[in-house]
Write a protein that binds this ligand. Structure first.
Ligand SMILES: *[C@@H]1O[C@H](CO)[C@@H](O)[C@H](O)[C@H]1NC(C)=O
Ligand SMILES: *[C@@H]1O[C@H](CO)[C@@H](O)[C@H](O)[C@H]1NC(C)=O
Ligand SMILES: *[C@@H]1O[C@H](CO)[C@@H](O)[C@H](O)[C@H]1NC(C)=O
Ligand SMILES: *[C@@H]1O[C@H](CO)[C@@H](O)[C@H](O)[C@H]1NC(C)=O
Length: 397
């Protein structure tokens, strides 16, 4: 959901208009004796720099930069000076904005993508502002006939809040992040995710709703709920859903207490129309992230978790997943198996993949990701625009 991000303390965000005003008033104040002040300040800086070099002739560019602050160059050096850059960075294979995928976008202009899943080599993504499912071939070819939108984007007036999609036995499961409920017994509000079960019509342009049931797990509000999810059959024949909490401790209050990601394992009670909590699974603290945006699990238990805020991918191993089946008794993460990969940076070393919200495996070496729309009104740096509302294929190092 877009409001998910309202509380994100982005450095570049709220202060911008105020800062601009200050610049203007200061500018007016100093314009009177501008040349003198500038020459004086520059002179001192130069003197300091020359003295520093005189004292230590081995002073390199780095130390000079700490005297003459040059943010862009400094950031650039952070990538340049990292000998492990190629080992810990994903490589973009190819990518495409959502808007160019479909010949018919059904009037949709915004693609606030939030999750993607691979069904037999065909990919299905959802957006939290729309009720449609985007279907596309792995080639991500512009305007290809293979790429279509399933269902009316405006099925209902409000935004869908869809944050996760996965598929099992001809049913698409989509999770609505966190929806306000009124408790009839107490007359109070409470927040629960809802899982919709959708069946695509034979002609492939629409779906029908098979079921819509609430999750038992309760959230603090509507902005930090399930941000990703995955489904898998159990060794006992039941179908299990892994709900990935967006915030650390599944919390709004403690969301930035990094390294405390949680997955809620759920099973549906048909008579109650309720996804009952089976257990809470801790994500290892090596996934030391500010948020968790999606999860995908291979039949052999290999698992990928993305973080939007930290622009990275955590790869690990599940214990209790074999041949595409989960054993709910022993399901957990293997604490000893993990790799962290960063999404590629700009030439300046700035983060450009600022909004990765969905992940799925293409195969063991490649992953497909989807990006949300960048936050507007200066809440995210301009470098975030290039990759937003897009689908990306990445190669593991
Ligand atoms: C690069 O990786 C090696 C081995 O993985 C590690 O020992 C080393 O500290 C890393 N270097 C940097 C600068 O992160
Ligand atoms: C996926 O492929 C398998 C085997 O080819 C087939 O049995 C199954 O129906 C396919 N599933 C979907 C959703 O297309
Ligand atoms: C409503 O409140 C009762 C009593 O506190 C609780 O048992 C029940 O689970 C609540 N229902 C919902 C939908 O949260
Ligand atoms: C589902 O809920 C009903 C009603 O509370 C209960 O009797 C039944 O045992 C539950 N089913 C399962 C599979 O837990």
């Amino acid at each position: 959901m877009d409001n998910t991000n309202e509380h994100t303390p982005l450095k570049a965000s709220s202060g911008i208009p105020a800062a601009e005003n200050n610049v203007h008033s200061n500018y007016r104040k100093i314009t009177g004796n501008l040349p003198t002040k500038i020459y004086f300040a520059s002179g001192i800086m130069l003197l300091v720099a020359i003295t520093a070099i005189a004292i230590n002739p081995r002073l390199n560019e780095d130390s000079l930069m700490s005297i003459y602050p040059m943010e862009g160059k400094k950031l650039h050096k952070k990538c340049k000076a990292n000998p492990n850059y190629s080992k810990e960075t994903l490589k973009t294979a190819y990518e495409m904005p959502f808007a160019a995928l479909f010949e018919d976008t059904r009037g949709e202009k915004r693609f606030e993508a939030s999750s993607v899943t691979n069904v037999n080599g065909t990919f299905y993504a959802i957006c939290d502002n729309s009720w449609s499912i985007s279907k596309f071939a792995s080639s991500l070819a512009a305007f290809s006939e293979q790429n279509t939108m399933i269902g009316d984007p405006n099925r209902e007036d409000e935004d869908s809040g869809y944050e996760a999609i996965f598929h099992h036995s001809d049913v698409f499961y989509v999770i609505r992040e966190s929806v306000k409920h009124t408790n009839e017994t107490e007359g109070e509000s409470c927040y629960h995710a809802i899982i919709e079960e959708l069946i695509v019509n034979p002609d492939g342009d629409d779906y029908k709703i098979k079921d819509q049931c609430r999750c038992e797990y309760e959230f603090e509000g509507d902005s930090k709920g399930f941000e990703g999810g995955f489904g898998m059959e159990g060794v006992d024949g039941n179908f299990y859903v892994f709900g990935l909490c967006e915030g650390n401790f599944c919390s709004e209050e403690f969301k930035f207490d990094k390294g405390n990601g949680k997955v809620i394992l759920m099973k549906k009670n048909e008579t109650k129309c309720l996804w009952e909590t089976v257990k809470t699974i801790d994500i290892p603290s090596t996934a030391n992230f500010r948020d968790y945006s999606d999860i995908s699990i291979r039949p052999n238990g290999k698992v990928a978790i993305t973080t939007q805020e930290d622009s990275a991918l955590w790869l690990g191993q599940m214990v209790g997943v074999q041949d595409g089946k989960v054993d709910p008794e022993i399901i957990s993460f293997d604490d000893d198996v993990h790799e962290i990969y960063y999404f590629p940076k700009a030439d300046t070393c700035d983060t450009v993949y600022c909004n990765v919200e969905g992940i799925t495996f293409i195969n063991d070496e490649m992953l497909m990701a989807v990006s949300d729309k960048m936050k507007s009104k200066g809440r995210q740096p301009f470098q975030c625009l290039e990759k937003d509302q897009s689908i990306h294929a990445f190669v593991l190092p």
